[in-house]
Write a protein that binds this ligand. Structure first.
Ligand SMILES: [Mg+2]
Length: 382
């Protein structure tokens, strides 16, 4: 079997009732959920897919001009994923992140063998506990109502809230109210400080003050409390608090993850297969996490097809290595929007998500829906 072509699409799924999603980490709200879809076709008629939250048309242009051209000149059997490790690493250093190609190849491998990827790689489990990953800053009462509703529908036992108000003391007030409403659930806190490009900007003293407060509220982890450039600050903070420190969701490259772990920055690492080298590279990251005795909980803020890739990876990790799935859910961002192109949405039951077990990534794509939401022209919002 040979790779015939690699194609990329940009999709834009509107939020229902013209609502907007105001991500805590972005300065302006979005009217649409925008993401990149990659399709790899083979000479045997099998297509593999992968997707990630939008990185714009330049990803698609780079795939067309560089990755696809490379694969035409160096014809590769999709089973030989390791041949692509180095070109994809260099490609992602030189241009946009192109690890999606690796994920699409795993989709092809699974489809050609009739097995889900996690079973081909060595399965560890069929279910994972999902935490509801919120993304917006809301009033405490709205967070409480949203979680109550999601819990009654999906059985969540864990949730992540964002800390991104101008004063962290205001974040804390909301968390305290939330904790009072749900004393028994697991709560994570994400400050998104690693790569935030608009205020507030936390320093080491702020991060430590927040961590000390979170200790009292039995928080599972504090995510990205410092800029990703401050590895020394992360290691120092981790030594001074009993709250787990999480990070690395936008990181790319084995060398970076090795450095984080050698310097003792994190209790939980979070590289994302869609943003950081695909499933092949993330299996190596999982081995590093295991060797350093930290958790590896992949970043999951992706379209459903990206979540499916995370799930295939998680299916290969035992619970002691990866205790959770990050499950993005914060109305108007719902499974209907996030998983619009899937024939069935990925949904928890009793707080757990089943690793999708159809061949490949375990899910099926409806190409008619892909066509419906495909953007043909570059627009400002894309
Ligand atoms: Mg995060």
């Amino acid at each position: 079997m040979r790779i015939k072509e690699v194609k990329g699409y940009l999709l834009k799924v509107p939020y229902p009732e013209k609502k907007a999603f105001a991500a805590a980490w972005e300065p302006a709200p979005h009217k649409d959920f925008t993401f990149t879809l990659v399709e790899v076709t083979t000479d045997e008629g099998i297509s593999g897919y992968a997707g990630m939250i939008s990185r714009g048309f330049e990803v698609i242009a780079f795939i067309k001009s560089a990755v696809s051209e490379f694969l035409k000149r160096v014809p590769i059997d999709p089973f030989y994923v390791e041949i692509l490790t180095r070109p994809l690493r260099i490609g992602s250093y030189f241009g946009p992140r192109v690890g999606l190609v690796d994920i699409a190849l795993w989709d092809i491998i699974g489809k050609s063998l009739g097995k889900p990827v996690y079973k081909l790689l060595g399965a560890a489990r069929d279910y994972v506990k999902a935490y509801m990953s919120t993304g917006q800053i809301k009033k405490a009462r709205d967070h409480i109502n949203d979680f109550e509703e999601a819990r009654s529908k999906y059985g969540f036992k864990a949730v992540k809230l964002r800390f991104h108000r101008m004063k962290w003391e205001d974040d804390l007030k909301v968390l305290k109210e939330f904790r009072e409403a749900f004393p028994e659930i697991e709560i994570m806190v994400d400050a998104n400080q690693a790569w935030t490009y608009f205020p507030p900007y936390w320093d080491r003293k702020t991060a430590l003050a927040v961590a000390k407060e979170l200790e009292k509220l039995d928080v599972v982890w504090l995510e990205e409390p410092l800029p990703i450039t401050d590895l020394e600050g992360y290691a120092d903070l981790r030594r001074r608090t009993s709250v787990r420190i999480a990070g690395g969701e936008l990181e790319y490259g084995l060398h970076r993850i090795r450095e984080h772990l050698e310097r003792g920055c994190f209790d939980v690492i979070q590289p994302d297969p869609c943003l950081s080298g695909g499933i092949t590279e993330m299996k190596k990251v999982a081995a590093l996490a295991e060797a350093f005795h930290v958790w590896y909980v992949p970043h999951g803020w992706e379209p459903g097809i990206g979540l499916a890739a995370c799930l295939q990876l998680i299916g290969t990790m035992p619970d002691y290595l990866c205790p959770y799935l990050e499950y993005p859910l914060d109305p108007p961002l719902t499974p209907e929007v996030r998983d619009a192109i899937l024939t069935e949405p990925i949904e928890p039951r009793g707080g757990f998500v089943k690793i999708p077990d159809k061949p490949g990534l375990g899910i099926e794509i409806d190409m008619n829906v892909v066509k419906k939401y495909m953007i043909k022209e570059v627009t400002e919002e894309a």
